[in-house]
Design a protein around this ligand. Structure first.
Ligand code: ADP
Ligand code: LRH
Length: 490
């Protein structure tokens, strides 16, 4: 009996069929598609109807394989949303979190609710594109979308709504809005009131593993398939990725490595201390009422944008080619703080890397391999920094680091991460989010008793790569330089 997982990342989406045979998970990727944002005039959007089309392609491909999945679920990147009118129609195409419309909004919201108050209510890190600042920006500009809105749905909620006709807000994604209060276990009414967002937009929040309707009859007729039950999982992709970390102990560190790098640990209760606020750590809701104490690191986004920049110039490199160029380039041409706001928005990355290098008195990368090497070395060093703070904040010491996500195909990055942190790196599975999505569906159906059992089976089903640290002295020295030039608090 198969089940179906859709995992929509910021760079691509995929549909995986999952099967459990003799307590081993088998997965088959049946559909993969790009998730290219669309710049329309001055606005950057997601092409949400194209994503719905791709979900349907996944259903058709399952049908053509003779499969009738027992259930399905969707996870995606967080913070973005659609607004639904009274007549049930989507108002406008959802904005991409890298659109410029939230610039300056954090400060405007802080004038209404002090930053420390927002953290005390939500436990969520301050990123300029959080849903709260997106909604505040719509309010500030008196957007007709907000005026007409009757319901608020995060991206997986929205796609699920298209599949089932039912509107349900899922927990893990709800927490990333910075409008959900984990202590009161609900949308924070005072926060919503303070920024003037009507509370009626937000429905009750359901946890991962809840039945959330069936495929609509009209959709089944269109595709010529039988109905399938739809389940909520950890619909925030990072929540699903962490559910799939094959850790045997409860105190483990992870790095979900894709467009973003999300590094942290799983905790039973949000860590909402002054220090967590100062360091801008977050506490995102997870499976089984857990929380992810983590920090966003800009991640492979910078490399993706560099690749796109070169494509615009007619230079088409694959990721493995870019990694090979980095390997052959000389070390330490330059280091950057990947989280400098310079790198947040779409556009040419090479001039920004050069500008950062000049600003910090370093040599500018010139050759493609030097740029890629700069990004990968800088990421590895930033990982060390965030891992050390994760240990401090959680009061744990980690023996190594679990890496999951598409980025683990970059063996150079995995090795350099081990070198930078001075601890082993354990990699896999690469399709962490999709496998976490499947795992929660199996918990919901009773195939797995709990998350621990799911992780044990994941460990038995997928090979774990091991990278031992080498070259410690050179990385130690580079780390000292990195901390100085990035002016990071230590
Ligand atoms: P997301 O889910 O955010 O879209 P993924 O988890 O799919 O991201 O990871 C995408 C990243 O994985 C790319 O930015 C790229 O850096 C890396 N990657 C993908 N394939 C390869 C490969 N064959 N070799 C090296 N790196 C790769
Ligand atoms: C990773 C991710 C991350 C969010 C970002 C918007 O895909 O969901 O956890 O912060 O996208």
């Amino acid at each position: 009996m198969t089940i179906l997982a859709y995992d929509l990342g910021a760079s691509s989406g995929r549909a995986l069929l999952g099967r459990l045979t003799d307590r081993k998970i088998e997965v088959e990727e049946i559909h993969r598609f790009p998730n290219d944002p669309v710049q329309a005039g001055s606005r950057l959007h997601w092409d949400v109807l194209r994503l719905l089309h791709e979900l349907k392609q996944g259903l058709l491909k399952a049908k053509h394989k003779g499969e009738q999945p027992k259930s399905l679920a969707i996870d995606s990147w967080a913070v973005d949303f659609g607004l639904i009118a009274k007549n049930g129609e989507l108002l406008g195409n959802p904005y991409h979190y890298r659109d410029h419309y939230t610039e300056g909004m954090m400060e405007k919201v802080f004038a209404k609710v002090p930053q420390a108050d927002i953290f005390a209510r939500t436990g969520i890190q301050f990123l300029p594109f959080n849903t709260i600042y997106q909604l505040a920006a719509l309010k500030e500009t008196d957007s007709p979308l907000l005026r007409e809105a009757d319901r608020f749905l995060m991206i997986p909620d929205l796609l699920r709504y298209y599949l089932t006709g039912e509107m349900v807000n899922e927990f893990t994604n709800a927490t990333t809005t910075q409008l959900y209060n984990p202590l009161q276990e609900g949308w924070d009414q005072e926060l919503l009131e303070a920024i003037g967002i009507p509370e009626k937009l937000f429905g009750p929040v359901v946890h991962p593993g809840t039945a959330a309707g069936e495929l609509q009859p009209s959709l089944c007729r269109e595709l010529g398939i039988d109905s399938i039950p739809v389940i909520t999982v950890a619909e925030h992709d990072t929540g699903s990725a962490v559910a799939a970390v094959p850790a045997l102990r409860p105190d483990f560190a992870y790095l979900s490595c894709g467009t973003w790098s999300l590094m942290g640990t799983e905790v039973a209760k949000p860590v909402m201390t002054e220090q967590a606020l100062q360091l801008n750590f977050t506490n995102e809701g997870g499976v089984n009422h857990t929380y992810r104490l983590l920090k966003n690191i800009m991640g492979l986004w910078i490399l993706q944008e560099l690749k796109r920049e070169w494509e615009r110039q007619g230079l088409n490199y694959t990721f493995p080619e870019l990694v090979a160029l980095a390997k052959d380039a000389g070390p330490w041409t330059s280091l950057v703080d990947p989280d400098d706001p310079l790198f947040l928005h779409a556009g040419d990355m090479s001039p920004r890397i050069q500008a950062y290098s000049s600003r910090t008195g370093q040599r500018q990368p010139q050759q493609p391999g030097e740029f890629v090497r700069c990004i990968l070395e800088s990421l590895a060093l930033k990982y060390r920094y965030v891992l050390e703070w994760t240990e401090q904040l959680s009061g744990q010491r980690f023996e190594g680091l679990h890496m999951v996500g598409g980025g683990i195909q970059n063996e150079l990055l995995c090795q350099w991460t081990a070198d930078a942190i001075g601890k082993p790196v354990w990699t896999g599975p690469a399709e962490g989010s999709a496998i976490g999505n499947l795992a929660v569906q199996w918990i919901a159906s009773g195939e797995f008793a709990n998350l621990q059992e799911a992780r044990r089976v994941i460990r038995d089903s997928f090979p774990v790569g091991i990278y031992e640290p080498v070259d410690r002295e050179r990385w130690e020295e580079a780390y000292g330089r990195f901390l100085q030039l990035a002016s990071l608090p230590t």
